[in-house]
Design a protein around this ligand. Structure first.
Ligand code: PHB
Length: 387
């Protein structure tokens, strides 16, 4: 009799863990939480957690379990961690970024048929036909760089020097900017590449100055704008009459409050400003600051926040089904209002489509902000449209 009860209990326990496993959808996110780009990973994670706190952790009858792993921005780590998440933890969805890590994880998520939401990467080719289960919620540098090139040409820039962080998103920023600016009649007099790790901008800025441009186009990734601005001012470039322009990365809201008045008047084409004027954004900024010790959300945080929205809404649409074909099918064409404005997922390319805003750095209530003053609606990734 006792033995029978034991067996029945064991069977019951098995059945209940089986049911539990089925009712849970695990999301495994791999991000740089240490190393040079740690502030990037932290903004993404803060965006993810804010979304979950606001919307709860049960979706379509599934309990959402979030697992966050730190790869220190090293692609070999990203690959190993994603492998563990997929094979051991059996995550239903992978979240990835930055560019080199997303590239390392891509083929794994394809082989395992696991949905992969790229929450931070600005490189067009990360989302491609060979990896059909990847979708992007961040941005591409191309989306921003062509627009600022045309704006600069229309607003008096004729000779531009480019200073570019030397990795994939930087290369795309440079190529899209150069093509658009040249087409508009301008000239790129010098393209200078700065190492990604521990950059010392001073010698590169000197070289740029020596090329005698009227305008400097700069791409540095989020979290390096502060260092850049400091060295820009130290070299006296803020007073040399050279206009500074770029994609939104150089006015990263995370760094902007400490960047100094030398940045006043800098014009960028970007996806987001903490000063974006909408009720949705005001609520987002207030909640983000409250949850993160007063830290401003930056354009990077949205890849995490909107990435979670995409996952939650896709799960609702599939009725909780987590196979990659169902999830990615549900994500294609999805449109919603983000704190950055209206966004959608292009059903043909799985790329984010979003407004690009031209903004200028100004003082608002004594603090530096990127104040948006012009808008380009529903911009697609220009490098994909070419193909
Ligand atoms: C990227 O991973 O491609 C990336 C990260 C941070 C940026 C821009 C691009 O600011």
């Amino acid at each position: 009799m006792l033995r029978k009860i034991g067996i029945a209990l064991a069977a019951g326990a098995l059945a209940s863990t089986g049911a539990l496993a089925q009712d849970t959808a695990k999301i495994g996110v791999v991000l740089p939480l240490t190393g040079g780009l740690a502030p990037v990973g932290k903004q993404v994670e803060a965006g993810i957690r804010l979304y979950m706190n606001k919307h709860g952790s049960t979706v379509a009858g599934k309990k959402i379990e979030l697992i966050v792993k730190d790869d220190a921005g090293v692609p070999d780590n990203s690959k190993r961690l994603a492998q563990e998440l997929i094979v051991n933890d059996k995550v239903a969805i992978v979240g990835s970024g930055i560019t080199p890590s997303a590239m390392a994880i891509g083929p794994l998520s394809t082989q395992a048929k696991t949905a992969n939401v790229v929450m931070v990467s600005g490189t067009s080719r990360v989302i491609n036909p060979d990896n059909p289960y990847m979708v992007r919620t961040s941005f591409t540098l191309g989306q921003q760089s062509g627009i600022i090139a045309e704006w600069a040409a229309k607003n008096g820039s004729k000779k531009v020097a480019i200073v570019q962080s030397d990795w994939a998103p930087g290369a795309e920023a440079t190529s899209v900017f150069t093509e658009a600016f040249t087409k508009a009649g301008g000239q790129v007099v010098e393209t200078i590449k700065v190492p990604l790790a521990n950059p010392d901008f001073a010698p590169f800025l000197q070289r740029a100055r020596d090329a005698n441009p009227d305008t400097l186009f700069v791409f540095v990734p989020a979290s390096q704008a502060g260092t850049f601005a400091k060295q820009f001012a130290e070299r006296g470039l803020d007073k040399a009459g050279i206009k500074l322009i770029g994609p939104g990365d150089i006015v990263d809201d995370n760094d902007l409050p400490g960047m100094g008045d030398g940045m006043l008047g800098v014009v960028t084409a970007g996806i987001y400003s903490a000063a974006h004027n909408s009720p949705t954004n005001k609520e987002y900024v207030a909640a983000f600051k409250k949850a993160n010790g007063g830290l401003r959300p930056n354009f990077i945080s949205l890849g995490g926040y909107d990435g979670m929205h995409l996952i939650y809404e896709a799960l609702k649409k599939t009725g909780g089904k987590t196979d990659a074909d169902s999830l990615i099918g549900a994500m294609k064409g999805m449109a919603w209002e983000s704190p950055r404005g209206p966004i959608s997922i292009d059903p043909d390319t799985r790329e984010i489509v979003q407004n690009i805003y031209i903004g200028k750095v100004e003082k608002v209530d004594g603090e530096l902000y990127n104040v948006e003053f012009a808008k380009f609606d529903a911009v697609k990734d220009p490098l994909k449209m070419k193909k």
